[in-house]
Design a protein around this ligand. Sequence first.
Ligand SMILES: [Zn+2]
Length: 92
Amino acid sequence: MILKVLVILVLLYVGYRIVVMILRRVKAQDVKGSQMHAKLSTREDLVQDPFCKIYVPKSQAYVKEINGREQYFCGSACCEKYLSEKNSLFEP
Ligand SMILES: [Zn+2]
């Protein structure tokens, strides 16, 4: 009789451990999924640097109005290089 009770207790414990493991895995997947979602939503706000062709988040981009159009750069250095390159093209 005592042995049967012990076996049932062990089975209950093992079952409990398995349920906890499965729940933990599901939670971990949920976190991964929401992180991917966040990455996807920020990707929509990316702008391309016309000089080095790097994509930067719009909020972190260096904005400069050139010929009435807003251009986004990864930094002021890229903007200056882009402008000097543009000016040299117009020189005879
Ligand atoms: Zn750049």
